[in-house]
Design a protein around this ligand. Structure first.
Ligand code: FO1
Length: 323
């Protein structure tokens, strides 16, 4: 039997929850065998700087630099610039730490010099000693907008950070999404993977932008794919996925998450606290597994990654038996 460490795995991820499982997978696999494709629908410009929050959250986490408490930003950060901006009555709702600002400044400078977001991310990851490959989902601008039930149109970070996810969501809009291509290496990394893992990120605003890109869903249909539910007992550990589901008229449950991915997943992991929510009639072709999906520390992250890889081995055996 092949050593699971030797498997090539592609993970699709958004921010904090996705980054945690990505770290677990990085710990479980041989160096270089993990590729993380990251949502860029949350990207925006602030103070003229190009900010890629989910890409940075994944890179900082894989580099062991992330602020563990917040799940984003850098450990041991200082806030001198933000404090000075506040004194100037500048908008400070989006917290940019001093050292994090250096990332955004250098990314902006390199973009202006003609580098792509993928090239910049690879360059930063090399400097930060990240052994995995981190690919922004696209090098073309893709913006997630939220139309609120009050009729307002908000950029994603305005909804998420400035408004604390409080407005009720009427519609999620992917601006200019049609015809946007995945970044170089995104499709080829899926083609080369033994297994694809959809991290426990928000399906509607973190994973759907990746799935909306040309060629992604057809590429996933060719591979064993496991999704991990971010919804546990009708709630999320962090972020608005459960609240959003209800506002969009969906059920806030792990079953609704599986229903969302049913066209292309072969395996599904949901939390042990949800017990037996599926009967044998629900999605019979998809292998379901319960385990602890709450990732409080690195042991939990590694544990969930190992359970995911073990389910991956079952899916791979099934594929070989059907060949
Ligand atoms: N999240 C917050 O809740 N408040 C912030 O002020 C904030 C600032 C921030 C700065 C840089 C960065 O890379 C991420 C940041 N995040 C912040 C996280 C981010 O808004 C979200 O985690 C994602 O966009 C949702 O996946």
């Amino acid at each position: 039997m092949i050593d699971v460490k030797a498997r090539k795995v592609v993970a699709l991820a958004g921010g904090v929850g996705g980054a945690k499982l990505a770290l677990g997978l990085q710990l479980a696999l041989s160096p270089g065998n993990l590729t993380v494709i990251v949502n860029t629908g949350d990207d925006f410009e602030h103070f003229g700087l190009a900010i890629s929050p989910d890409v940075d959250t994944v890179c900082y986490t894989l580099a062991g630099k992330v602020d563990i408490e917040k799940g984003w930003g850098l450990q041991g950060e200082s806030w001198n610039v933000l404090t000075a901006l506040k004194a100037l009555s500048a908008p400070t709702w989006f917290q940019l730490g001093d050292r994090d600002l250096a990332t955004h400044m250098e990314r902006t400078r390199l973009l202006q010099a003609g580098w792509s977001l993928s090239q910049i991310t690879e360059h930063f990851c090399r400097l930060w000693g990240v052994s995995s490959h981190v690919l922004p989902m696209s090098d073309q601008p893709f913006r997630t907008l939220i139309r609120t039930q009050a009729g307002e149109l908000l950029a994603f970070q305005e909804y998420f950070v400035r408004e604390h996810c409080e407005p009720s969501v009427a519609e999620i809009i992917f601006q200019h999404a049609e015809g946007i291509s995945p970044a170089p290496q995104v499709l080829s990394s899926i083609e080369a993977a033994d297994l694809v893992v959809i991290c426990p990120s928000n399906p509607w605003v973190s994973i759907d932008p990746i799935l909306a890109l040309t060629g992604i869903v057809p590429a996933l249909k060719m591979k064993p794919v496991i999704a991990v539910s971010p919804i546990i007992q009708g709630k999320t550990v962090k972020g608005p996925a459960a609240k959003m589901a209800q506002e969009l008229g969906l059920e806030a449950s792990a079953a609704a998450v599986l229903g969302h991915y049913t066209d292309f997943v072969n395996g599904f992991i949901y939390d042990q606290l949800d017990g037996d929510i599926f009967t044998s009639d629900n999605y019979p072709g998809i292998i379901k597994k319960t385990t602890n999906t709450i990732m409080k520390n690195d042991e939990d992250k590694l544990g969930l990654a190992i359970e995911t890889l073990k389910l991956g081995e079952r899916l791979l055996e099934n594929t070989q038996n059907n060949d």
